[in-house]
Design a protein around this ligand. Structure first.
Ligand SMILES: NC(=O)c1ccc[n+]([C@@H]2O[C@H](COP(=O)([O-])OP(=O)(O)OC[C@H]3O[C@@H](n4cnc5c(N)ncnc54)[C@H](OP(=O)(O)O)[C@@H]3O)[C@@H](O)[C@H]2O)c1
Length: 412
């Protein structure tokens, strides 16, 4: 094995897989041990290979070559004592590990607090326990979220955490508690810790590719159907959106930087590049109409009216109540969790991140500059249903099929 050995959690997920892919491509002296859940060692292996394949712009044979040489996949669960591994394997991994990046988490907004805590706090506790026993550990990286800021408004700084805020959902609260734990451990036993806080992550700014269609994708998909005409929110509220390529580039660079040790970094668009809700909605409709009119769709999407929270929620509840159970209803239910993000105007200050990345020429692009690529990728893959491009599909047929598919109940 090579000199640097990164122990990575979350490699089957959106951020973890992209990070893994970057490291394998760009750091020839780094080996990676991935802790991944599976019903068997083979299934865990296959899940990572599949996630890597989806990230790859290269032929998958090349990816396979990379991972066979410098990648070890271990079947384990962060919520179990010793990750469910034997004492021998656990201590062998501890001896090998020089760096840890803990990216695994439950990212669902709708879990009960105790379930979110079990993964996000309990799992982080287990990873910290593992880290404390790594005799050669040089760095502990933890992927938090900018939304540990909860219901705060105004400027949120990178060095702030507990400001007596409330939380918009159990995800935010459990991630806040987990980051608190990481900071306490950093102060006591693990000084060589770096904390990363991304905001809302979307697909790659160069081609829109993504493996995750959550968070912002959910309202964009719903509004694209043209069946609801209002949006609860405040037009001036800023939404901070970053592309996955910026997030993993930033993690890769900052993680190894000596000056980053002991600090927290916002991986965000930042105050000047965040987009107001109104600007985002306008741009979305413009891109949507351009995309489909150039493919023959006659019907044009209207800009939804942004209305007050109570009125918007009541209309949303009415729409949900009238729906049969099925995919559409699930999508609208998920949308409920997004609504609070259109109410609180906050901006994430990212001066530490900018300073450290400036000399490397890495900066977050404004969402308005690459939103068309993100959306095209959604349209062409039917929101992740089809990995292949389907440019030949007639726009009318596309919309009809989209409506039919998501409004018909799921098969039992
Ligand atoms: N996506 C965003 O917009 C965003 C924004 C800010 C911060 N973040 C943070 O970034 C990190 C990665 O998020 P993501 O978007 O990549 O999430 P994701 O796609 O949902 O992936 C989560 C990963 O965590 C793993 N995991 C969950 N429970 C586990 C367990 N008990 N044992 C082992 N692994 C477990 C999942 O494994 P399975 O595949 O087995 O489920 C998956 O690999 C998280 O810490 C999240 O809070 C994400």
């Amino acid at each position: 094995m090579s000199q640097r050995v990164v122990f990575l959690t979350g490699a089957s997920g959106f951020v973890g897989a992209e990070f893994l892919h970057r490291v394998l491509l760009r750091e020839p002296d780094t080996s990676v041990i991935c802790l991944v859940r599976g019903t068997s060692a083979q299934e865990a292996q296959e899940r990572v290979v599949c996630a890597l394949d989806q990230c790859a712009r290269r032929a998958s044979a090349e990816v396979k070559q990379l991972h066979s040489e410098r990648l070890l996949i271990v079947n384990g669960d962060i919520t179990l004592p010793r990750f469910g591994l034997s004492p021998l394997v656990y201590s062998l991994l501890q001896r090998r590990t020089t760096h840890i990046l803990h990216a695994a988490a439950s990212t669902r907004f709708d879990l009960r607090l105790e379930d979110a805590r079990a993964v996000n706090v309990g799992g982080t506790m287990e990873v910290l326990r593992f880290a404390r026993g790594c005799e050669n550990l040089d760095r502990f990286g933890y992927v938090s979220t900018a939304y540990v800021a909860g219901d705060r408004e105004g400027i949120v700084r990178e060095d702030e955490l507990d400001m007596a805020q409330g939380f918009l959902n159990t995800y935010e609260q459990s991630k806040f508690e987990a980051e608190t734990l990481v900071r306490e451990t950093m102060a006591a036993d693990l000084p060589r810790t770096v904390i990363f806080r991304p905001s809302i992550i979307v697909g790659d700014s160069r081609d829109g590719r993504t493996t995750s269609f959550n968070v912002l994708y959910c309202p964009m998909r719903i509004y694209g159907l043209g069946v609801i005409k209002t949006l609860p929110g405040k037009p001036w509220v800023r939404l901070d959106v970053v592309p996955i390529n910026y997030v993993v580039d930033a993690i890769q660079q900052i993680f190894l930087d000596e000056t980053a040790v002991g600090r927290t970094f916002h991986l965000v668009a930042g105050p000047e590049r965040s987009m107001s809700l109104q600007a985002l909605v306008d741009k979305f409709v413009q891109i949507y109409n351009n995309h489909f009119s150039s493919r023959g769709l006659v019907r044009r999407l209207a800009v939804p009216e942004i209305v007050g929270e109570n009125e918007g929620r009541a209309l949303l509840d009415q729409s949900i109540e009238s729906m049969p159970t099925g995919q559409a209803r699930n999508l609208f239910e998920m949308f409920r969790f997004f609504v609070p993000y259109t109410q609180k105007d906050k901006m994430f200050d990212d001066r530490s991140t900018r300073r450290i990345l400036a000399e490397r020429g890495i900066e977050p692009p404004p969402f308005a500059n690459y939103m068309h690529r993100v959306l095209s990728y959604c349209f062409e893959t039917r929101w992740g249903q089809k990995p292949q491009k389907r440019q030949s599909l007639e726009a009318e047929v596309w919309l009809e099929e989209e409506l039919e598919r998501i409004f018909s109940p799921l098969p039992i």
